[in-house]
Structure formats: structure tokens, C-alpha cells
Design a protein. Structure first.
Length: 570
């Protein structure tokens, strides 16, 4: 059938209710009449009356009647499919053309939408409009601010995950700040980024921005009634630390110690936000929140420390010439560093002697470890860069200095134990797992693990377990070490790991003194002197059914855990 779209199908404005679509004798809209064009006879409705009359007259006159004709077939439509084509012409981005009725062009964004046609206020703009939205940057950080008005200097505090931050600054990350005005992301000029103590989102710090006054909170591409800022980048996305928290109106407080002797009852900085009060609070100041715990700062130098520092100063005279000089200078000028180890003529991960190369490994000062589990500590890339830059000023001009965090090797204890009577097996196993981790943790002063390159005797660890007051018997003792063996030779990026089992038989190509190849005799030693041994979260501890000694069993594939100790070889 054919229909005139303009005459027969008029859109309902406004939308009609359900009663407007009910069929009645007076209905004029909403009805479609279908006429069957072929076959010519159709279903026989017109011929049925004539054929029935002729048959009845024949049967009345003749003795031999004819069968009555079948009634005509009246089909009922169960499914109707209509195919149609409609077209209209729109001119987005051109104000000279009249907008087409009932035609819209929208962009769907992750957090909202944008109406491109018809434009609310084109203002004579003739910019081309893309059919799909375009995003110029690969990584974006959106920050929504709720305020009565916004403009002028703004402090933004970013708490970043230093553990996920990179260990080295490969290049200066290029990112761009933008602010949202009427669905338009406008670039914030570089001179309006007043300060950035995050060093490009590498470490926690404060970013100070000068917000233009034209920013508003009326838009559709982002949630409405919020002022929106955006930090974007298109390179080095993996070199940014993870963002944990963002706060506004944040300042950095530094404690200034008065001159003279330190009193015995000098208060310590409050560790909670409730302990901070403003001396002269201005009008409108809200509650004070502590974003990060106060570290207390460096302790006042004692007489012994003063003499030690003076003696070291007389020895190195402020110049880094020997490995001892590098270590003492770093510990003196960077209070956050707890331990430093210098390796002259050494390049990280490359064997052999490299004249002119200086490798310095630093370990950041650590809090009290709870061994749940013992976490590796990495200095931030900013701190490593600061140390390296400062050392270049006191080192010889030809020295190539590399400052890195230590590399950690995971070790797991495997043994079978029997406990003293009266101890619950499950509770005793959890206690033993914690005691072993505390004994091997490098963050404890009384630990067997002393840090960089420190080795441990296997028999000493076994003796520690056997002498615990709740342990009755220990057997089948062995150690498993999981260490990084370098990068893949195929792509140069995939990390390669090596698993070492003290219970495994010695390799056939090992020669020389058997004590050199036996972990039971020589102990557990890191692969490199800048490595630190770290216990795993869960050791392989099993209950011994009796008190008979058993030899250690080499680990099998069924004993490995995916994501922990299970590694594959390609």
C-alpha cells in the first residue's frame, strides 16, 4: 500500500494518552485499511453468493443434488511487517540553516551526554561537528568540586600510593590541566599551575591552581552542579602512581623547634586530626582534618650523634670519593633513608666491573611491621631522583651514579611440626606462621635478617622453630626461594623468575666443593648483594602425624600456588 506521510501520518503533539488510541466508529486517526490487489478473485467472497444461489436452484429442480460450495476463507493477520525509509537533512555547526524538527544529534560520554544539534546557542559558530566523540588523551583524571562559587587560587592535595609509584623517572611526564565551561573543556595555561609538589603525580603532594572565573557548574557532559577539573595525558600512563584520595584547602605544616635545650616534657605532634586546633581561627573555618599521619620529624641531635657527624665530616669533607663517603653523606642529608649501601664500579643487573659507575641502594625508614604480610618497601621515584641529583654535586664529574631501591626475594619455610599438648593445632599453626615471618622480617632490629645481601643459615631457622615453647617436634625442613632472574630475552619487558628449592637434588653441572652447592651447609644467600630476603605471607606448615624424623621433600607442581609461587617457563 502507499501512503502520504504528510497527510496520513501526522505525529501526535503533545503525546496522546491511552484513550486516544482506542478504535471507535468516529475514529479518524490511527486506522490503516489494506486492500488485496491480487489474485483477481481473492478469497472468493464476491463469487460465493452467486455460486450458492445457483447450487440451491439446481438442487431444487434436479433429483441429483450438487454439493454446497465451501464458505470463503477469511484470513486473520497475525504478523505485519512494514518497511519504510525516512530521511531528513540537518546542518550541525551551521547557524544559517533552520533546525529540522524532531531531529537531534547527541554524543554519549562516559559520565554524561552532549546535544550537538539543534544547538542551544550557536552564536554564529561554524565549527565542524564529528559524528562520534573524540578524545585526544588516553588517560584522564576528573575532579568534581562542589562549591557556591569557584575562582582564584585552589589547593588540591593528592594522596598517591607510593608502593605503586615507579622506581625511576624515565622522562618528564607531559599532562595538561583543563576546566569545564558549558560542556567545553578549556585548557588551563601553564602559568596558572602555580605549584606542584607531586612532581607530576609521582608522589603525594599539593597542586596549586589559579582557576579562571568563567568556570561554571552547568553542563551535561559531566554530572551537573559540580565544578569540574581534568588532568590529561597521552603518554607514560603506567608511570603515574595510583590516586588514593583528593582533598581541597590543604596546607603543609612544618614544626620549628625553638633554640636552646629540649625540655623533657616536650609534646609530640598529634597523630589524629582531633588533636589539631587553630590558634586564631578565621571566620568560616571548618573542622581540621589530618590527611596524612605526622612523622614527627627528625629527632634533636644528641651529643653522641653530633660527635659522630663531626667525625664523619672531617673524614669525607663533604665530598663523595669512596663508597663509605656515599653512604654517610646520604644518611646525613636524607633523614627518610634508614640504610644505604654503595657498590663502586657496578651497574645494576649487569655482571662485571664497570669503571666510573656507582650503584647506590637505599632503604627508606620503615614503620613497625605487623607481618600480615611483611610488605616490601620502595622509595619513591622523587626521593631517588633527589638523592641522585644531590650526589652529583658532591661526586667527581665523571661518576655515573644510579640510585635504586632494593630488590626483594621471597622465601617460604616448609616443614612438618608437632605441638606441645594443650595447644590447638589451628591456632598454633597461625602463631607459628607469624613467628617465622617475624624472625625473617628485615624490618625488625632483633631479626635474623639484617638487610642488604644478608644470608641466613637453614639450620639456624630450623633451630629457632624447634626451640619455641609450644613446638614439640619439627622435621622435613626446607626453604623455597622465589627471585627475579631478569627480563625476557624475547621482548625485554616480561619479568623472568627463578624458583630454588633447598630439598631439590643438586644439578649435574655443579662442580667444586659440595658445601658451595648445598644450601643446608652454606645457608640462604641472596643472588645479588643489593637484594633483601622477605618472608612470604603464608608458609607451608603441616602437622606431623608422629614424632619420626622425615627427610625434606622437593616441592611439586601440586604444592605451588597460582599468583604466589607458581611460575611457568616458555
Amino acid at each position: 500500500f502507499q501512503a502520504d506521510l504528510k497527510q496520513d501520518f501526522q505525529p501526535a503533539r503533545p503525546a496522546g494518552d491511552a484513550g486516544a488510541f482506542r478504535v471507535a466508529s468516529a475514529s479518524r486517526s490511527g486506522l490503516i485499511r489494506l486492500s488485496l490487489c491480487e489474485p483477481e478473485q481473492g478469497f472468493g467472497h464476491h463469487q460465493y453468493g452467486t455460486l450458492l444461489s445457483q447450487t440451491l436452484m439446481h438442487n431444487a429442480r434436479r433429483r441429483k443434488p450438487l454439493p454446497l460450495p465451501n464458505p470463503p476463507y477469511t484470513p486473520a493477520i497475525s504478523r505485519l511487517t512494514l518497511g519504510y525509509r525516512a530521511c531528513t537533512r540537518i546542518h550541525p555547526g551551521h547557524a544559517a540553516h533552520e533546525p529540522a524538527p524532531d531531529s537531534h544529534l547527541l554524543h554519549l560520554h562516559p559520565f554524561g551526554h552532549e546535544v550537538l544539534y539543534p544547538a542551544a546557542d550557536s552564536g554564529g559558530d561554524t565549527r565542524p561537528v564529528a559524528f562520534f566523540p573524540r578524545y585526544d588523551d588516553d588517560g584522564n583524571l576528573f575532579i568534581g568540586l562542589q562549591a557556591s562559587s569557584l575562582g582564584g587560587p585552589l589547593n588540591l592535595f593528592f594522596q598517591l600510593d607510593d608502593q605503586a609509584a615507579p622506581t625511576a623517572i624515565r622522562h618528564r611526564q607531559a599532562f595538561q590541566w583543563r576546566y569545564l565551561v558549558d560542556n567545553d573543556w578549556r585548557v588551563l595555561p601553564p602559568h596558572q599551575v602555580i605549584a606542584d609538589t607531586t612532581y607530576g603525580f609521582i608522589t603525594s603532594g599539593i597542586v596549586t591552581l589559579d582557576i579562571p572565573p568563567e568556570i561554571n557548574d552547568r553542563h551535561t557532559v559531566m554530572p551537573d552542579r559540580l565544578y569540574w577539573l581534568r588532568a590529561s595525558t597521552r603518554q607514560g600512563i603506567g608511570e603515574y602512581a595510583s590516586c588514593l584520595h583528593v582533598a581541597t584547602h590543604v596546607v603543609r605544616a612544618v614544626r620549628q623547634r625553638p633554640d636552646g635545650p629540649e625540655p623533657d616534657d616536650e609534646p609530640t605532634p598529634p597523630a589524629a586530626a582531633s588533636g589539631w586546633r587553630a590558634l586564631s581561627p578565621p571566620a568560616g573555618l571548618g573542622a581540621i582534618s589530618l590527611m596524612m599521619p605526622a612523622d614527627g620529624g627528625a629527632a634533636r641531635e644528641s651529643t653522641r650523634q653530633f660527635r659522630q657527624r663531626l667525625s664523619e665530616q672531617l673524614r669525607h669533607k663533604g665530598r663523595a670519593l669512596t663508597g663509605w663517603d656515599y653512604e654517610r653523606l646520604v644518611l646525613q642529608h636524607f633523614p627518610d633513608i634508614d640504610q644505604a649501601r654503595c657498590f663502586p664500579h657496578t651497574r645494576f643487573g649487569m655482571p662485571g666491573c664497570h669503571p666510573g659507575q656507582v650503584l647506590l641502594l637505599v632503604r627508606q625508614r620503615h614503620p613497625a611491621c605487623r607481618h600480615q604480610p611483611c610488605e616490601p618497601l620502595h622509595a619513591s621515584a622523587v626521593l631517588l631522583h633527589r638523592i641522585q641529583t644531590w650526589l652529583q654535586t658532591v661526586a667527581p664529574p665523571g661518576a655515573a651514579i644510579t640510585v635504586r631501591s632494593p630488590v626483594y626475594e621471597k622465601v617460604q619455610v616448609r616443614c612438618s611440626v608437632a605441638f606441645q599438648p594443650g595447644h590447638h593445632p589451628g591456632r598454633a599453626l597461625r602463631r607459628l606462621n607469624r613467628d617465622i615471618s617475624a624472625y625473617l622480617c628485615p624490618w625488625r632490629e632483633e631479626s635474623l635478617n639484617s638487610g642488604f645481601g644478608a644470608g641466613m643459615a637453614l639450620r639456624q631457622i630450623e633451630a629457632f622453630i624447634a626451640h619455641l615453647d609450644y613446638v614439640r617436634f619439627v622435621t622435613g625442613f626446607s626453604l623455597i626461594t622465589l627471585r627475579q632472574a631478569g627480563l625476557s630475552q624475547t621482548d625485554g619487558q616480561t619479568r623472568r623468575w627463578r624458583l630454588t628449592d633447598s630439598a631439590a637434588p643438586a644439578l649435574q653441572d655443579q662442580t667444586g666443593d659440595p658445601a658451595v652447592n648445598s644450601l643446608n651447609l652454606t645457608g640462604l644467600t641472596p643472588r645479588y648483594p643489593w637484594n633483601i630476603i622477605l618472608p612470604v605471607e603464608q608458609h607451608d606448615l603441616r602437622l606431623s602425624p608422629d614424632l619420626r624424623p622425615r627427610p625434606p621433600q622437593a616441592i611439586g607442581i601440586g604444592d605451588l600456588i597460582i599468583g604466589d609461587s607458581f611460575i611457568t617457563v616458555r
